[in-house]
Design a protein around this ligand. Sequence first.
Ligand code: SF4
Ligand code: FES
Length: 233
Amino acid sequence: MKKILCIKRQENSESRPYREEYEIDPGDSNVTIAAALRLLSEENRIYAERDIPYRALVWECSCLQRKCGACAMVVDNVPCLACDRRVGDSRGERIVIEPLRKFPLICDLMVDRSIMDEMLYEHEVWLKGRAKEKNDDIAFEASKCIKCGLCLEICPNWHLEGSFGGMAAMTSFARLMAKEPEEQLRERASHYKTAVYNGCGKSLACRDICPASVDIEKLLVKSNAAAIWKRRM
Ligand code: SF4
Ligand code: FES
């Protein structure tokens, strides 16, 4: 079963993008895009051993089990994890692979997603003092987020320069807000309003794209309710 990987390549954010095609024979339609890209890396190694000039494809992966979020990219126009999408999911022979489009490009399929961490630092999304044992199911649900950024890629309201942190920030807020005592919640809620509540258009485009199956709607409803609760206004 032959497939052609049509990969968007770009040496850095300033250079001209181009497409390169690679024919692969993964042998099985269940082979993931990440595994197919690893086949390419193996070919690159052979080029290197034979002294054939090439520029190795740059992309990220780690767990290969949908647990780290590193391999987020766009395949056939669908934002996804490369280790979660199979070559057989593309009906045609060609599979078009591109980097996430809303994050700054580093090289080829690798982008800079540090904005997600910066947003959490900016809003001091870390525990202060003791957490109470309450709402464990909400905290557990929120902890499923792997910070892949796919929800930001698909969100019509999230932009790199904006103050809206998207659902990747919401899950971290939700996790803390589920556990914090009343007095800490007041301060947290004011940050939450700036980083999440005010920017979310409730399109819920993120709901179906999340590879970790985070129940975004449930967390959003709970967190919004906590943030606008009258006693805290
Ligand atoms: S909410 Fe889902 S899509 Fe968004 S960053 Fe977390 S795991 Fe990824
Ligand atoms: S490599 Fe970890 S989620 Fe794909």
